[in-house]
Design a protein around this ligand. Structure first.
Ligand SMILES: *[C@@H]1O[C@H](CO)[C@@H](O)[C@H](O)[C@H]1NC(C)=O
Ligand SMILES: *[C@@H]1O[C@H](CO)[C@@H](O)[C@H](O)[C@H]1NC(C)=O
Ligand SMILES: *[C@@H]1O[C@H](CO)[C@@H](O)[C@H](O)[C@H]1NC(C)=O
Length: 203
């Protein structure tokens, strides 16, 4: 029992300087990581990014055609207003997708060109979503017909985007932006003026 112990002792003293050197380096790296983390936190608290604001400013439906076979053809046009109220943070939209739903059924989806939104900027997007031979199920076709005769249709507009905050030259990591414009009342009549509708934003 005593023999292996005395044998291993010289080995230990040989490896000791190397392992203490490694743990020293590890401690420095850990310290630097903590330091960077604190710096990012302080920058973040100083900047205090405000929530982005989204609203729908105009909406219209064109070429609405619900066939007897419960297939829908229609163009939905929206003017979406995106407001970045931040004075120090700009936003990179790397991907952005808009879809419309009616009673939990997606009617149409469209991707928007990626864009850069500067600080304190309002950008208006004109989005056309086309429902092409969408097969409707359950009570959706019947309800859509009813809404068509009443003149108004209640739609949900959903936006999903992959964004990055940009502070000076620093680009922060990706995050997902979700915008919900629920129960948006759109009139089939083009003459009807649309009232601005504020959406919920989740980040
Ligand atoms: C609606 O679609 C059907 C089937 O494609 C077509 O026969 C019909 O003419 C269309 N109606 C209108 C008003 O466009
Ligand atoms: C917002 O940013 C876009 C893109 O850079 C620009 O075209 C537009 O003029 C800006 N709008 C305002 C109100 O500053
Ligand atoms: C929508 O338009 C129809 C005519 O197409 C009209 O009768 C109805 O009152 C309008 N609804 C609203 C809420 O203005």
């Amino acid at each position: 029992m005593a023999q292996p112990l005395t044998q291993s002792q010289p080995q230990e003293t040989k490896t000791k300087p190397k392992s203490s050197m490694l743990s020293y380096i590890a401690m420095i790296i850990l310290f630097l990581i903590i330091l960077v983390g604190i710096a990012v936190l302080i920058i973040w608290l100083v900047l205090k990014p405000k929530h982005l604001q989204y609203s729908v400013e105009d909406a219209a439906i064109h070429n609405f055609n619900l066939t007897d076979a419960n297939h829908l053809y229609a163009n939905f046009d929206f003017t979406i207003r995106s407001n970045n109220p931040n004075s120090k943070v700009s936003i990179l939209y790397d991907s952005i997708e808009v879809s419309i739903r009616y009673e939990d059924q997606t009617l149409a989806t469209n991707a928007i060109q990626p864009f850069f939104q500067p600080r304190k900027n309002v950008t208006r997007m004109h989005v056309r979503l086309t429902a092409q031979t969408v097969a409707l199920y359950d009570s959706v076709p019947k309800d859509l017909k009813l809404e068509k005769t009443s003149g108004d249709i209640e739609l949900d507009v959903l936006i999903r985007a992959k964004i990055r905050f940009k502070v000076g030259a620093l680009k922060l990591k990706h995050r997902v932006l979700k915008v919900f414009c629920s129960k948006l009342l759109v009139n089939f009549s083009k003459a009807k003026t649309f009232e601005r509708y504020s959406c919920d934003v989740e980040m």
